[in-house]
Design a protein around this ligand. Structure first.
Ligand code: AMP
Length: 427
């Protein structure tokens, strides 16, 4: 921080301010309270920071998130802590800590929480961003894969995005499946090492699957000819994937098979998927997920299969999600003239809010004209005018700001009358 006051948020972060903050609230509410809840997913909140091992073990020490992007610090007690870069490992940590795996399975959990990754910021890529996610933990059934994917797709459509679903299976880690495939892939990559972009050569040894994620033209060209996991799946993994696609067909969820779709995180097994939206440029992935049957064991727990997704709320907003959501406006704006009327007005505003009717009043000692202007700015449907003559007669004037119609109403029942609809200016 320089001598001069600096009012900018840290690089890679931004503020959500009104009216866009309403769009974000809408995304969160439709996810947690509506679409995810309707399928039986219940909200979970884990801490913003965790012991670093949760991520180094759960995400994979060779993954880019762990090697390059984590915000890791020592606290005053010398413990290594990390700001959460993703949600799945913490949710699994929490499930194991609370023994949820001994309860009804699958445990179905949902979240809308911020994540932190020290990436190079650009449009759609931030250092603090929000993910909306679900995790279904404790079953291997392909029905849950289809359920999770169907929920993600329905959510994105519901908030107004035109998203495409990319789908793949990356098999299980054993011989005769991914292990055998990785040998074939590594052999291929070694053969073409000199053609692969220099930046990507470490991946051959550290995380060969990730070579498919490269953004380097030279590597992309080589990968066109690479062997594909889809040709190496074992019969169980093939059957599982077939069941998932059959169920998606039944539910009318369309998808594009993408045999080059791999996930950067080590614990993924079998089904992997990504939701892609148009109009986002390079950062066109609005969400992704997959099965993580190896995660619980990687964290030191029992074998506990699971599947989930995380949708990027920032990118959903950028892609125009929830664009129809308007900011909130009050039903009534109470205009008062004089101290006594202001007291009466305050009582009315308070009583209206207690009855669930959104109401506002002047907080700035404005005159009549100023208050009417403020009422317009607020977007209120009605103004309730309380002046000296109204106080004397025990009534208030209610004016419909759209039609201009006006009626009188008794001061002591106005809140009830407005709340119950007894006052109907449209009549
Ligand atoms: P991931 O956890 O990397 O699989 O990402 C899942 C989704 O989160 C992506 O499809 C993006 O929509 C979103 N996302 C990931 N990283 C960022 C970031 N740095 N900034 C904004 N959104 C992100």
């Amino acid at each position: 921080m320089t001598e001069e006051a600096s009012f900018s948020a840290p690089r890679g972060t931004y503020d959500l301010i009104p009216p866009d903050s309403w769009r974000w609230e809408h995304l969160r509410a439709v996810a947690l309270d509506d679409v995810f809840a309707a399928a039986g997913y219940q909200p979970i909140e884990t801490p913003v920071f965790e012991h670093t091992e949760v991520f180094s073990r759960g995400v994979g020490a060779a993954s880019e998130v762990v090697t390059k992007q984590m915000y890791t610090f020592e606290d005053r007690g010398g413990r290594s802590l990390t700001l959460r870069p993703e949600g799945t490992a913490p949710v699994m940590r929490s499930v194991l800590e609370h023994g949820l795996e001994r309860g009804p399975l699958p445990a179905k959990l949902s979240y809308a929480i911020p994540m932190f990754r020290q990436e190079r910021p650009q449009k759609g890529r931030y250092r603090q961003f929000w993910q909306l996610g679900i995790e279904a933990i404790g079953t291997e059934s392909p029905v849950v894969d289809a359920e999770v994917i169907e929920i993600g797709m329905r959510y994105l459509t519901g908030v107004g995005l035109d998203a495409t679903l990319m789908l793949n299976s990356i098999g299980h880690p054993g011989d005769g499946c991914r292990a055998t495939y990785l040998e074939a892939l590594t052999a291929f990559l070694r053969e073409h090492e000199n053609e692969i972009a220099v930046e990507d050569r470490d991946r051959i040894r550290l995380n060969p699957l990730r070579t498919f994620d490269s953004k380097e033209a030279a590597t992309i060209a080589v990968m066109e000819g690479a062997p594909l996991i889809s040709e190496h799946l074992c019969s169980d993994c093939r059957a599982h994937f077939g069941a998932v696609t059959d169920l998606l067909d039944v539910a009318g969820v369309s998808y594009t098979l993408e045999p080059r779709l791999v996930r950067g995180l080590d614990y993924y097994t079998r089904t992997t998927f990504e939701f892609v939206a148009s109009g986002l440029g390079a950062q066109d992935s609005v969400g992704g997920g997959g099965r993580y049957d190896g995660l619980a064991e990687a964290l030191g727990g029992p074998r506990l299969p699971g599947i989930g997704f995380a949708l990027g709320a920032d990118r959903i907003l950028l892609a125009g999600g929830a664009s129809q959501v308007s900011d909130h406006h009050p039903r009534a704006y109470v205009v008062t003239l004089g101290d006594e009327a202001r007291t009466a007005g305050f009582r009315i505003v308070s009583a209206l809010r207690a009855r669930g009717v959104a109401a506002e009043m002047d907080l700035g000692a404005r005159g009549m004209k100023g208050q009417m202007k403020d009422a317009d700015r607020s977007g209120a449907d009605l103004v309730v005018i309380v002046g000296e003559s109204e106080l004397a007669s025990g009534t208030a004037t209610i004016k419909d700001l759209r039609s201009g119609r006006q009626i009188e109403s008794p001061l002591d029942t106005i809140d009830e009358d407005l709340a119950t609809g007894a006052i109907d200016l449209d009549a």
